[in-house]
Design a protein around this ligand. Structure first.
Ligand SMILES: [Zn+2]
Length: 355
C-alpha cells in the first residue's frame, strides 16, 4: 500500500513512544508493554508512584524505531504528512521535517508568544503553570517591539487545538489515499476524526494498535501488534534501512556592531532553540576564559580568534562542543549557522558543517 500510495499520511499516538520508556495513557494494568500501565489506568488503580517499570523523562527519551522509520519514509518521499497526538516532542527531535508535521496537542519543549506568535524551542520542559488552563510560562518574547508573554503549547482537555495543525491535519487526511495509524486508541476528538475522514472517502485506513479502536470497522487492515515490530517488517519489505537516531543541533553565530558576538541556536525551521546551559570563549591559554551561565550569550571578544565552548543540558550525555572562531571572517549582522551531530550510541559529537 505504501508503494502504491500517492498521498501517504501517518497518524501517531502515545503507543509509539512506549518503547522509548514514556508511558502511554490507556494501556491496561496487565499490559505487555515494558513501561507498564498507562497513566490513566494507574490513576484508576491507584498504583501510581511506586513501581519499578522502565521509564525515562521525555527529555532523555531516545526516538524509537517507529519514529526513525517515519523520518526516513518522509525523506525518501513516501510519507507526505505526519499527524501526531504526542506532546513528547520526539518527532521534532528525531529530525522529522517540521514542515510536514502537525503536533495536534502541542510539544512539551515548545512555547509561543501570545502577541506575535513567534515560536521558541527549549531543551527543557517549558510548562511552569500549575492550573490546568493556565499556560503562561513567565518568560517573555525576545522581540524588542513585542515583549509579549510566552505560553506553553500543551493542549489540555476542553481546549482548542492550534489552528494551523488542525487545518493541516484535516487537509492531508482528505488528500490521503493511505492513512496509517500507529499506537493510538483513536478516542480523542477532533484528532481521531482525521483518519476517519480518509476512511469515509473510501481510501485505505490501516490501524496498528494493541487495543481496539472505534474505527476498527472502517479499517482496510487492522494489525494488533507493537508498532516497532510492524515498522521493522514494513521497512525490511521496502528495503529501506531504519536510520539510527542522531541528535542534530544548529549553532548560530552573529557578529554585531562594535565587534560583539551573539551565540545562539535554532531549530530546523529557524525558531530560536535554547540548548545551552553555559557558553564560554577561550583565548589561547586555558586560563584566559570568559563564561556566561545564562542567555543571551553575548560577548565582546578581546581578540579576533578564539574558541567558543558550548555547554549543553546533557540529556543524552552530550559533552561540551568546541568551535574555533575568527571574528574577521564573520559577516556583520548576518547569521552564520553550523549543523553539528551527536551520536548518542557513541556519546560523541561526530560532525560539524557550516550551512
Ligand atoms: Zn512576540
Amino acid at each position: 500500500m505504501i508503494k502504491r500510495s500517492e498521498h501517504f499520511v501517518a497518524f501517531t499516538g502515545a503507543g509509539i513512544s512506549t518503547s522509548t520508556g514514556i508511558p502511554d495513557f490507556r494501556s491496561g494494568i496487565n499490559t505487555v508493554l515494558p513501561t507498564g500501565p498507562g497513566a490513566w489506568e494507574k490513576l484508576a488503580q491507584k498504583t501510581g508512584g511506586s513501581n519499578s517499570n522502565v521509564k525515562v523523562s521525555m527529555s532523555k527519551a531516545i526516538p524509537s524505531l517507529t519514529h526513525m522509520s517515519l523520518v526516513e519514509l518522509q525523506q525518501q518521499g513516501y510519507l507526505k504528512f505526519l499527524i501526531s497526538q504526542n506532546v513528547d516532542g520526539l518527532h521534532r527531535r528525531s529530525g522529522f521535517s517540521t514542515y510536514h508535521l502537525a503536533e495536534l496537542h502541542g510539544n512539551t519543549n515548545l512555547e509561543k508568544c501570545s502577541k506575535c506568535g513567534k515560536e521558541y524551542m527549549r531543551d527543557f520542559r517549558v510548562r511552569t503553570a500549575q492550573q490546568v488552563h493556565d499556560h503562561k510560562t513567565g518568560r517573555k518574547c525576545d522581540n524588542q517591539q513585542c515583549k509579549g508573554d510566552l505560553f506553553d503549547s500543551i493542549i489540555n482537555f476542553g481546549e482548542n487545538l492550534p489552528e494551523k495543525d488542525l487545518d493541516d491535519g484535516f487537509v492531508h487526511s482528505q488528500l490521503a489515499d493511505l492513512h496509517l495509524v500507529l499506537g493510538s486508541s483513536l478516542r480523542v476528538t477532533p484528532a481521531a476524526e482525521m483518519p476517519q475522514t480518509t476512511a469515509k472517502l473510501g481510501k485505505n485506513l490501516v490501524i496498528v494498535n494493541l487495543q481496539k479502536t472505534p474505527l476498527d470497522s472502517l479499517a482496510t487492515l487492522r494489525i494488533n501488534a507493537m508498532c516497532d515490530d510492524v515498522m521493522k517488517m514494513v521497512m525490511k519489505k521496502l528495503k529501506i534501512e531504519i536510520p539510527e537516531f542522531i541528535l542534530q543541533r544548529r549553532l548560530v553565530l552573529q557578529k554585531g556592531d562594535k565587534n560583539s558576538l551573539l551565540v545562539s541556536a535554532e531549530d530546523q525551521n529557524e525558531s530560536p532553540y535554547e540548548i545551552y546551559k553555559k557558553v564560554s570563549i577561550e583565548y589561547g591559554k586555558a586560563n584566559n576564559i570568559e563564561t556566561k551561565q545564562k542567555a543571551p550569550f553575548s560577548f565582546t571578544p578581546k581578540q579576533n580568534s578564539f574558541t567558543v565552548n558550548l555547554g549543553f543540558y546533557e540529556h543524552y550525555g552530550e559533552q561540551e562542543f568546541k568551535l574555533d572562531v575568527d571574528m574577521a571572517a564573520l559577516p556583520l549582522n548576518k547569521k552564520v549557522v553550523y549543523q553539528i551531530q551527536y551520536q548518542v550510541s557513541l556519546q560523541k559529537w561526530i560532525s560539524c558543517k557550516k550551512l
